[in-house]
Design a binder for this molecule. Structure first.
Ligand code: PLP
Length: 375
């Protein structure tokens, strides 16, 4: 994992939008390690970090991160669960900036904390979290009595040129106009949205996946829709292409001969069509190399792309190295750069039929994480 590339990507998106960042470090910084990522991003002096669970906020606090931490998942109302410690108490203890779209929660928070910073969540069409844009009147009294530090919305299809982002922006502006006072921080754009807005209309942007090296949204679920290509093009046109950050590598541990007709791995889904050399690496789906990548994706060995053959098993995967002078101890690159080639997150995700987000967040704790670049 290349922390210098991470910093370059963060600087690039900040320069493009001309706004400070709330880097999203949720889901362990998309699988790359939230503590290391947040420490590296400190030199950019981001406004805050964005997380999705109290545990993530507590982890950052335990690691010494002092900056505000925004929690983007709704909190459980006080007393709602007998078995879970109170979200309110934990948020206060971790000095979290929560996000609310519910009047009772706003009042409870303001009462308990003397209106410590919180952000108002407006649902303009994602229909996931926050108060609905056309029912925002329900929180206006609470927000007037206890003014939020920020207000935000979230785009559902910023990677598509389908007019939905513009529609959500219009709904957001309409709600903003009804607030008695403009909060200090108004924000909306995720990575795809930020790439499209130079400068951003709002006060701060919330990039996630772009920081981690993904600047096109091929294979992110919208890939079937023809318009998805539009955004990839627009990213390239804007010159805003992130540097690869993540790499996944393993060494060849064994190389065996496999006779024609013999199968490899569970269910023998791959059979040698010629006398073959098959290498084994200790990286499997329990590390995040998805089972489905077998017979679909490649690794780079000695600057050649070699196919992953058979299904990926829990702890090991096999490569057809028949055409490469490979030796035990050689490095296989499943993701990231070699000397002359790169397997991008988008390439590998597409091969596995998953989104770039799932590929990254699927990288598991068992993998030793090596960080290079500035710290
Ligand atoms: C995940 C998330 C983001 C960042 O999304 P990317 O597509 O990774 O840039 C921004 N805002 C909210 C509320 C999110 O949940």
């Amino acid at each position: 994992m290349d922390l210098s590339a991470l910093l370059r990507n963060a600087r690039a998106i900040a320069a493009h939008t001309q706004k400070p960042l709330i880097p999203m470090v949720k889901a362990d910084a998309y699988g790359l390690g939230a503590v290391a990522v947040a420490h590296a991003l400190e030199r950019l002096e981001p406004l805050a970090y964005g997380v999705s669970s109290l545990y993530e906020a507590e982890e950052l606090r335990a690691a010494g991160i002092q900056r505000p931490i925004l929690l983007f998942t709704p909190s459980l109302p006080a007393g709602a669960s007998a078995w879970q410690p109170d979200d309110l108490a934990r948020s206060i203890a971790a000095r979290v900036t929560p996000t609310f779209g519910d009047a009772a929660q706003i009042v409870a928070w303001a009462t308990a904390t003397g209106n410590a910073p919180w952000h108002l969540a407006i649902d303009t069409g994602m229909h996931r979290a926050g108060v609905n844009h056309d029912a925002a009147g329900a929180v206006l009294a609470a927000a007037a009595a206890h003014p939020p530090e920020g207000v935000f919305t979230h785009f559902h299809s910023a990677e598509l040129d389908d007019g939905s982002m513009e529609q959500q922006e219009a709904r957001f502006r309409a709600v903003l106009a009804t607030l008695p006072r403009r909060p200090r921080y108004v924000h909306a754009e995720n990575s795809a949205g930020a790439v499209r807005r130079s400068p951003s209309e709002w006060d701060v942007v919330r990039p996630g996946v772009f920081l981690y090296g993904v600047g096109s949204w091929r294979g992110s679920g919208a890939s079937e829709r023809e318009v998805a290509a539009w955004h990839t093009d627009s990213t390239q046109r804007s010159g805003l292409t992130p540097a690869p950050v993540a790499a996944l590598r393993a060494r060849l541990l064994e190389i065996r001969s496999v006779a024609p007709g013999e199968g490899v791995s569970y269910d023998a889904t791959w059979r040698a069509g010629r006398p073959s050399r098959v290498a084994t690496v200790a990286c499997g789906y329990a590390d995040g190399l998805r089972r489905h990548l077998g017979n679909r994706a490649h690794a780079i060995v000695r600057e050649r792309r070699v196919p992953i053959v058979g299904v990926v098993t829990m702890d090991m995967a096999m490569l057809d190295v028949t055409d490469v002078a490979a030796e035990v101890g050689d490095v296989a690159t499943f993701l990231g750069r070699s000397e002359t080639d790169t397997l991008t997150v988008e390439d590998v995700a597409e091969a596995g039929g998953i989104s770039p987000y799932e590929l990254l967040t699927g990288l598991r704790q068992r993998l030793p994480r090596l960080y290079k670049g500035v710290v």
